[in-house]
Design a protein around this ligand. Sequence first.
Ligand code: 6PG
Length: 259
Amino acid sequence: MGRPTTPWPCLMPEPDILVLDDPAREVADFIAGILSAAAGQKGVASFVLAGGGTPLALYRSLASPLYRQAVPWGKVHFFWGDERLVPPDDPGSNFAAAGNAFLEPLSIPPGNIHRIEGGFPPYEAAADYAARLSAWAAEYDPGAPNPWPRFDLVLLGLGEDGHTASLFPGSPVMVDSPVMAVTADYQGRPAGRVTLTPPVFNDARAVYFMVSGANKAEAVYQTLYSDDSVRFPAQRIRPADGQVTWLLDRAAAAALDAY
Ligand code: 6PG
């Protein structure tokens, strides 16, 4: 199967694809630039965090002295692309993982942290988060076209099966609500989840997919070059007025040249 000339057969604008030698540091540079620019232009920046293990080294980089001074962190507001339905102090909580890795070390003001209430029942947690997004947009992003923010940056991972956030293969493609509760069986991780949906992601100004490891190489290739948004939900994330960038280590990019 030859490599198609352009990724995302029916997507414009095309995503950027960067293969990085030191993702934790290089992506931290990119993120610091986006957040600093947004905060400088608007007085506030909005950053949607990814869960899972891939971004943890990046989060720790952002808490290092180099970036501590590089970004006006007090003007950055933090959200999550998805959360497991576990208490906020549970080891499986994406909120807890990010808090430990950089939100606490950076002393981010509590009012800037907008977590999904993982301890709530599923539909209540989803409704609560949708209400938080609407209220935040009304206060900080009044020009947003929908009752949720136009996020300055969304960071996403990719599962071996092609899922992103908690949008899993075979999940409904046509979704209108900004937040939904789902159940998933992935690598023994908590099954109950709440996730943002493509309508929210597709209003973002910038989307970064950060993917590392040889175990993700096939999912990266299929997501970028097949035309099957049912099996590869990351294809549903195609902002009309925002740039998608794939930030890969060499192992995750290996299949891109193998075909
Ligand atoms: C989660 C994440 C999920 C993650 C992928 C990749 O809640 O688990 O949001 O979408 O990004 O499963 O996870 P790893 O980075 O651990 O491989």
